[in-house]
Design a protein around this ligand. Structure first.
Ligand SMILES: Cc1cc2nc3c(=O)[nH]c(=O)nc-3n(C[C@H](O)[C@H](O)[C@H](O)COP(=O)(O)O)c2cc1C
Length: 192
C-alpha cells in the first residue's frame, strides 16, 4: 500500500516537534456502548511497517476496549504546539488481543519495546476499580519482558479521513484528505 499524502506532513510535524515529549501524545475519542463520547490521551507507538496504520497500546480491562468492540469508529486529535498544526484522523480501530489469530508477532514486538515501568501497569489491579489495596499491589514483580500478559492489547488505527489545520498564516490553511472506495487518497484545500 502506498503511503497516504498526509503522512509527509505528519512525519514533518513529528520531526519539528521532536524536542517536546508531549508531541508523541494524542487524544483518542471513542463512542461508548450507550452512544456517548469518551476521550483520553494515549501514546503514539509508531506506524505499522509500510502502512498508514497507527499503533497504540492499551489495557484489555480499560473502557475504550468495550467502546471499540461495540463501535470500531474512533477519532484522533493531535496538536503540535511548536509548529501549530492540528491533525484530526477519523477511522476504524482493529483490536489485537491475546486471542487474535493475526498480528501476534506485532503484539509481542510492541510489548518488548515497552519500558519495565510501562509493562508493570499491565499487572496492576483492575483499572477504575475502587482503590482498596495498598501500594504493594502496584509494585508487584515485573512481568515477563518476552511474553505479553492477556491484559496487553494493541490498537491498530486505520485512518479514513484526515482534517489538517495549519494555524500559521492569515487566513490559516486547512486541507481534507479522504480515502475513496478504491482505497485511494484524495485531497482538497478548504476554508479554515
Ligand atoms: C500522557 C498520557 C499518556 C497516556 N498513554 C496511554 C496509552 O498509551 N495507552 C492507554 O491505554 N492509556 C494511556 N493513558 C491513560 C489514558 O488517558 C486513560 O486514562 C486510560 O487509558 C483509561 O481510559 P479508558 O477508561 O477510557 O479506556 C495516558 C495518559 C496520559 C496523561
Amino acid at each position: 500500500m502506498s503511503l497516504a499524502p498526509w503522512r509527509s506532513r505528519l512525519t514533518r510535524a513529528l520531526h519539528r516537534n521532536r524536542s517536546l515529549r508531549e508531541s508523541r501524545y494524542f487524544q483518542l475519542a471513542t463512542v461508548t456502548p450507550e452512544g456517548t463520547p469518551a476521550n483520553r490521551t494515549v501514546v503514539f507507538r509508531g506506524f505499522r511497517d509500510n502502512t498508514n496504520q497507527l499503533q497504540i497500546v492499551t489495557d484489555a480491562r480499560s473502557e475504550k476496549i468495550s467502546d471499540l468492540q461495540q463501535h470500531p469508529q474512533a477519532e484522533i486529535c493531535w496538536y503540535f504546539t511548536k509548529s501549530r498544526e492540528q491533525f484530526r484522523l477519523r477511522g476504524n480501530v482493529c483490536l489485537i488481543t491475546a486471542q487474535s489469530a493475526s498480528f501476534s508477532s506485532l503484539r509481542q514486538t510492541l510489548w518488548q519495546q515497552l519500558s519495565d515501568n510501562a509493562r508493570l501497569q499491565f499487572v496492576w489491579p483492575h483499572p477504575k476499580a475502587e482503590r482498596t489495596q495498598g501500594e504493594d499491589a502496584f509494585t508487584n514483580s515485573f512481568p515477563s519482558q518476552e511474553i505479553p500478559p492477556d491484559t496487553f492489547v494493541v490498537l491498530l488505527f486505520f485512518p479514513q479521513q484526515v482534517d489538517y489545520l495549519l494555524l500559521k498564516g492569515n487566513p490559516q490553511n486547512r486541507y481534507l484528505y479522504w480515502l475513496d472506495e478504491a482505497e485511494n487518497w484524495s485531497v482538497k484545500e478548504v476554508n479554515p
